[in-house]
Design a protein around this ligand. Structure first.
Ligand code: ADP
Length: 266
């Protein structure tokens, strides 16, 4: 715990007195520590590809300046590193946007059947490349939720892409959309979207921290897969803004299930 001590003189009927008060600033300290950690993390994440880029530029100017095969290979790696920086900046902008915006306006509504269907169609070529079978269990009718279409698309894109990325090849990713008459926590009708994979799964110890910014189970693997470590933090923020909740269940070696529960349109 951190306390700030305030002292001062006060006038009393019998003369002067001293007033000492203690203010609990533990949460203020915690917030500024989080800010410092965030800046340190962002700097580290940007510096890694920048250092690599500078190293390759030096090599291209020196030893590789007369070796066209090496030049082509290095330029390919440099493009990947620049792409990584670009994804990081886009994710940082998305995160800052969803953190700063007010709750969604109740007038906005989105049809999840259509949104998830079109997201799956867009991601299908990526799944095919990774030899992943994409399965949908969607109702045949529209399912409306109050929500921002672009943000909800980002939620399901991140979850489905993660399932493909981390699940490994020759597995199945299933997206199921169901309606609930009444969800006790929402105190009204709700909608449930499950993104299930039969991939590598996640060890239990990691589950509580998965939605923290820059938290990765395996940093090397995440970077190799093009991850920024911000995907699930963005998902959680968007779901919270929509008054919903995110549930993560996983068994190492068997697969994972990410469930998003959102209030339905009355
Ligand atoms: P990243 O940009 O690294 O993918 P995320 O915030 O989206 O970051 O995910 C955090 C970490 O959670 C990932 O680095 C990965 O280790 C783990 N993860 C996320 N989804 C899955 C999944 N479906 N299966 C296994 N691990 C996952």
């Amino acid at each position: 715990m951190t306390y700030q001590v305030h002292c001062g003189y006060i006038d009393l009927a019998e003369g002067h007195g001293v007033l000492v008060s203690f203010e609990d600033i533990t949460h203020v300290e915690a917030i500024s520590q989080m800010r410092r950690d965030f800046v340190a993390n962002v700097s580290h994440e940007l510096r890694t590809p920048l250092t690599a880029l500078m190293g390759f530029i030096e090599t291209l100017q020196g030893p590789a300046s007369k070796d066209p095969a090496a030049q082509e290979r290095f330029l390919g790696i440099m493009m990947n590193e620049a792409g990584r920086m670009n994804r990081l900046v886009s994710d940082l902008l998305s995160l800052s946007q969803v953190e700063s915006e007010e709750r969604i306006r109740p007038s906005q509504s989105t049809d999840l059947t259509e949104l998830i269907g079109s997201t799956l169609r867009r991601i299908a070529p990526v799944a095919e490349k990774s030899r992943v079978t994409l399965q949908d269990e969607l109702p045949s009718t529209p399912v409306l939720v109050p929500g921002d279409e672009d943000q909800l698309r980002q939620v399901f894109t991140n979850l489905i892409e993660n399932a493909i990325k981390y699940g490994g090849t020759d597995q199945t990713v299933t997206v199921r959309l169901t309606q609930m008459q009444r969800d006790p926590a929402l105190r009204g009708p709700g909608v449930r979207v499950e993104v299930r994979d039969t991939g590598s799964g996640i060890d239990q110890v990691h589950l509580p921290r998965l939605t923290e910014r820059f938290y990765r189970v395996d940093s090397h693997r995440s970077r190799e897969m093009g991850g920024t470590g911000l995907g699930l933090a963005i998902v959680k923020h968007i779901v919270n803004r929509h008054r919903g909740r995110l549930k993560i269940e996983s068994t190492a070696g068997e697969g994972s299930r990410f469930t998003v529960i959102l209030p339905a349109l009355d």
